[in-house]
Write a protein that binds this ligand. Structure first.
Ligand code: G3P
Ligand code: CA
Length: 248
């Protein structure tokens, strides 16, 4: 079955990467959530997409220059300014606590391609071990050096290579860096690469899929999963008969 991951939570319906967006993703019956982590000045794993606070919160500057105690007081109500109770930036631990009450998968994207965030991999792995979420998490990143480090430290965890430009035989590349999955930009996805990857035991989960036609195409090709801002729509489409979906 093609798994549906709510990209930054149900980000079409709530501010991205907030507890509200994750809760709505669960209500929409997504199979998993996707979130992004950055590291604060005092080494806390903050769930936020950008290196800077400016786009999605009422704070300014780099996450890495702020203390967690300061960050947790910010509002992250980007695109939803009229919310009476604007949600804040969650910590990864807060998300993991909430996951105790459900069976959702969690794709943790390490946002360490711009700043290397010394020790980020160790912190994420420690937290996964503490909650025993080894079977519920996927660690992805555009920083493939970081993915190989994760694999070295925790070979039992699934790592996934994110990329946005077309790669030559990405299933072979994934195997070379010991990743169990590829997370390509949807523009680079072809029938052949899905089939060859799956045949090689490499999962394929493209991002970011919001168009009905693309959802149907991926489901028809038995793609492992995809990331979408609108998990409710994706779940509805998956419930339809895939034998009627276009395959070309
Ligand atoms: O994990 C897929 C997707 O989240 C990667 O791109 O920029 O939305 O983090 P971005
Ligand atoms: Ca992401």
């Amino acid at each position: 079955m093609t798994l549906i991951f709510a990209h930054r939570g149900y980000s079409a319906a709530a501010p991205e990467n907030t507890m509200l967006s994750f809760q709505l993703a669960e209500e929409a019956s997504a199979d998993g959530i996707e979130l992004d982590v950055q590291l604060t000045r005092d080494g806390c794993l903050a769930v936020i997409h950008d290196e800077k606070l400016d786009r999605t919160t009422n704070g300014k500057g780099y996450v890495k220059d702020w203390l967690w105690e300061e960050i947790r007081q910010l509002h992250a109500s980007y695109k939803f300014p009229s919310l009476v109770h604007p949600p804040g930036i969650p910590s990864l631990q807060q998300v993991f606590e909430w996951m105790r009450g459900n069976g959702l998968l969690c794709n943790i994207e390490l946002k360490n391609n711009r700043f290397p965030y010394q020790g980020m991999e160790e912190k994420v792995i420690r937290l996964i071990r503490r909650y025993r979420y080894e079977e519920r998490v996927i660690i992805s990143s555009f920083n493939h050096y970081s993915l190989t480090k994760v694999h070295r430290l925790a070979p039992d965890l699934e790592t996934a290579a994110l990329y946005s430009s077309r790669l030559y035989m990405p299933w072979k590349y994934a195997a070379a860096i010991q990743a169990k999955a590829i997370h390509p930009n949807v523009r680079t996805v072809t029938k052949k690469m899905i089939a060859s990857s799956l045949a090689s035991g490499i999962h394929v989960r493209p991002y970011t899929i919001n168009k009905e036609k693309q959802m149907k195409w991926l489901i028809a090709h038995q793609c492992s999963g995809f990331f979408t801002d609108d998990p409710q729509k994706a779940v509805r489409i998956r419930q339809q008969a895939p034998s009627h979906f276009p395959t070309s």
